[in-house]
Design a protein around this ligand. Structure first.
Ligand SMILES: [Cu+2]
Length: 148
């Protein structure tokens, strides 16, 4: 068998094996997007829906587009919209935990450059469940002007 073909079949076998053994992910992220920013704006916001098979906590987030990322909660108090930082975000098992405008969100500080519609941003989310198991999930979020 020519060497090239041998390599090809080996690669095919491996990808098939990986395909078969791929476990269903414990945590899935959907509807993820980042709000486009205006020129000179140094703070941005990211939104997503997180679903986990177990009760877990989002501890920390890193992003390709910002120097620091905080978990925030927005709520109405005495008719005034307030925003506060959370040390961690508790996520209930098998429930779509929504981070959306007006509620929970990720606040992006010290943006490296303006977020322009059509661009992709990357986020790395660090979780730890009640059993102490850590989970890292990487996602690509498109830059949009409003909720998709
Ligand atoms: Cu915020």
């Amino acid at each position: 068998m020519p060497l090239k073909l041998a390599y090809f079949s080996l690669a095919l076998c491996i990808s098939m094996l990986l395909g078969c053994n791929k476990p269903t992910p414990e945590i899935t992220v959907t509807d993820n997007w980042v709000r486009a920013t205006a020129e000179g704006q140094e703070v941005g916001a990211a939104y997503m829906t997180i679903t986990s098979a177990t009760d877990t906590k989002l501890l920390r987030v890193e992003s390709s587009v910002a120097d620091s990322v905080e978990i925030h909660k927005m709520s109405m108090e005495n008719g005034i919209m307030k925003m506060r930082m959370l040390e961690e975000l508790e996520l209930k098992a098998n429930t779509p935990n929504k981070l959306e405008p007006g509620g929970f969100h990720l606040m992006l500080f010290d943006l490296k450059k303006p977020l322009i519609v059509g661009e992709q941003t990357t986020f790395t989310l660090h979780f730890k469940n009640q059993a102490g198991k850590e989970n890292v999930v990487s996602i690509n979020s498109p830059v949009l002007t409003e909720k998709p």
